[in-house]
Design a binder for this molecule. Structure first.
Ligand SMILES: NC(=O)C1=CN([C@@H]2O[C@H](COP(=O)(O)OP(=O)(O)OC[C@H]3O[C@@H](n4cnc5c(N)ncnc54)[C@H](OP(=O)(O)O)[C@@H]3O)[C@@H](O)[C@H]2O)[C@@H](O)CC1
Ligand SMILES: [K+]
Length: 587
């Protein structure tokens, strides 16, 4: 799924309206209806557990109460027993079919059934009263459409305009008039905090992708009041107060339980703190063809198996050829670890094996070798020279390069620490290694102190895997600046430096020098634990060894790493208990 900036969204809107001839008001109608459907689904879900309505209990014929069953049961009028079909797949349908297990039509009955609009029926509608906060722009227009559909579903709605309704223009003004013609109660915010006591939920349709800067005036007052109300909030498109591109939250910013994002995921929804403010995110199509984004050359994606396969050409099933042998799957060389941090190297090397490479060799300063024998029987160990105290030195680079000659990938950095002439060490490896190179941890800190653009250019890709602190050192800015717009920064760094960048952290960003961006959402905060990054380095190296291209390996590696973290948390019953070795075991 594509991720877009506000500007890109406007471009896609414009093309749909001008080139395809789909009227803007039709897009707004679809948007508002989609938002209403999500609110109705939410109302249904929380309606479960309340006493069923007498009329409905009778109609269901005593079938088990479930939100889905009610939705379908209420919406369908079975004129006769139908044949197979979606409508038949309902509790009411199953109850009817009870005496006719074959599911075939009753003898002589016409094959006709009439379906109502299941999406717009709300159980317990009478328990609901939603307040719709309406802004001046098209986001407000979406809210007004949603209000109409909620009313149609039997849900009470009240409109609260942030600004005098006369100031609405275009399609939003048209929706204002339709809502008024339907008799929806409306008021204009008059300052202070409106009362929320009678409402069961709030639809935030104040500001969308057209907002600029922190919410002002009535908008700011309403947002602050809603956040303090304790009411569930559904945001139209983005939470009002969010920077749709960077994920920064202005003061104040709506804290939503659900965000119904329209047409394409906005970048800001995938970046923290925006992701936190959005709550659960649902993306709904509104009539803008999904293919337009590709046709327009947009190349930022939410990383999903479909994107891995369809956009990146990765075989996510990780099939092995039946007659393969260990040589088929490549050989990883990991240059990592030192006397005090040998574990980092061990984790990276073991993870590369679990990622599926055929062989892995772990190069360490020779002093360590005897201590590591048997640490992981599947690994090969190699003497990289180094100092008598088990630390690295510049000369060790030559040994690493010799070892790398017959390897498919070289990963450097975890646990190597800082040492004399470490910049020279890294330069030699960078310029000399003729296989893909993964650079992590201390090697990134070394790199940050080098003008590596003046180094001999490489034929094979380099993948850098910094966490925000390392990224800050690489880019020469503060960590806060990195986190302010992770996608934007990762993209510009990858482009400028010609490297594949994996910016770790919640929702890791993978940026390619050709401008492609992937944002990963697998994983959880329990993975913030020592060694988890070394594990990712090993996974990416293991995938590169198997012949994946740089961006493929980086993206798939990040995805698998997060997934393994999730599995590990399930096995431990608690994300906080996950350690790096658990992630390797869950691969
Ligand atoms: N285009 C389409 O076809 C479709 C668009 N769609 C929907 O439209 C949304 C984008 O709509 P939009 O562009 O009208 O912007 P939107 O955010 O609603 O309002 C901006 C207005 O608010 C004001 N304002 C700005 N910043 C402010 C601040 N900090 N504090 C206070 N006020 C501020 C500013 O007014 P001004 O102050 O400049 O007079 C400006 O006029 C999009 O998110 C989606 O929901 C869908 O319906 C699908 C079809
Ligand atoms: K909004």
């Amino acid at each position: 799924m594509h991720i877009v900036t506000a500007e890109e969204m406007r471009r896609l809107d414009r093309i749909t309206i001008e080139r395809l001839g789909i009227p803007a008001v039709a897009l707004m109608e679809n948007a508002g209806r989609a938002i209403a459907e999500e609110i109705i689904a939410l109302c249904r879900r929380r309606g479960v557990g309340r006493a069923p309505l007498p009329a409905r209990a009778a109609r269901d014929g005593g079938a088990p109460h479930s939100a889905g069953a009610w939705a379908a049961g209420a919406a369908h009028e079975e004129a006769a027993a139908p044949g197979a079909g979606a409508a038949w797949n309902t509790a009411a349908g199953r109850a009817l079919r009870g005496g006719n297990p074959s599911g075939g039509a009753l003898a002589g009955a016409p094959k006709l059934h009439i379906s109502g609009d299941a999406a717009l029926m709300a159980e317990h509608a009478e328990d609901e009263h939603w307040l719709v906060l309406v802004g001046k722009g098209n986001n407000g227009g979406d809210g007004l459409v949603a209000a109409r559909y909620l009313r149609e579903a039997g849900i009470a709605v009240s409109l609260l305009y942030a600004v005098p309704p006369e100031s609405l223009t275009g399609e939003a003004a048209l929706q204002r008039d339709a809502a008024a013609a339907m008799g929806l109660p409306a008021a204009v915010h008059g300052g202070g905090s409106p009362g929320f006591a009678g409402y069961s939920g709030v639809l935030d349709a104040l500001l969308g992708t057209g907002a600029a800067g922190a919410p002002r005036g009535a908008y700011a007052e309403l947002i602050a009041a809603v956040n303090g109300s304790g009411k569930p909030v559904v945001s139209a498109d983005i939470p009002s107060g969010l920077n749709a591109d960077t994920g920064e939250t202005h003061e104040p910013c709506i804290q939503a339980s659900l965000t119904v994002c329209l047409a394409f995921l906005k970048r800001g929804l995938l970046q923290y703190p925006g992701s936190g403010a959005a709550g659960r995110i649902v993306v709904r199509s509104i009539g803008i063809p999904a293919g337009l984004a590709r046709e327009e050359g947009l190349s930022a994606y939410w990383l999903t198996p479909a994107v891995l396969e369809g956009v990146l050409g990765v075989d996510v099933s990780r099939r092995r050829v039946p007659d393969g042998h260990k040589g088929t799957y490549g050989h990883v060389l990991v240059a990592a670890g030192s006397l005090r941090m040998s574990g980092a190297g061990l984790i990276a090397a073991r993870a590369s094996l679990r990622a599926g490479c055929g062989l892995a060799t772990w190069a360490v300063p020779g002093k360590l070798l005897p201590l590591l024998v048997g640490a992981a029987p599947e690994l090969m160990l190699a003497d990289a020279g180094g100092q008598a105290d088990g630390t690295w030195n510049a000369e060790a680079a030559e040994e690493v390069l010799n070892l790398a000659e017959k390897k498919d990938v070289l990963a450097v950095g975890p646990g190597i620490g800082r040492f004399q002439e470490d910049k020279e060490w890294l330069k030699r490896i960078w310029e000399g290694a003729e296989c893909p190179l993964v650079v992590d941890a201390d090697a990134l800190n070394i790199l940050a102190e080098c003008d590596y653009r003046s180094w001999k250019s490489r034929r094979e890709p380099v993948i850098l895997t910094p966490h925000p602190g390392e990224m800050a050192r690489l880019a020469g800015v503060s960590t806060m600046e990195i986190q302010r717009d992770r996608i934007g920064l990762a993209l510009s760094y990858a482009r400028e430096r010609g490297v594949i960048l994996v910016l770790k952290g919640a929702h890791t960003v993978i940026a390619s020098p050709d401008g492609r961006i992937f944002v990963n959402t697998t994983g959880h905060p329990g993975m913030a634990t020592g060694g988890a990054g070394d594990c990712l380095t090993g996974i990416i190296a293991g995938l590169l060894a198997q012949g994946l291209e740089g961006v493929q390996a980086a993206a798939f590696g990040v995805y698998l790493h997060g997934l393994a973290g999730e599995k590990a948390a399930l096995l431990r019953d608690d994300p906080a208990s996950v350690i790096a070795s658990d992630i390797i075991e869950a691969l």
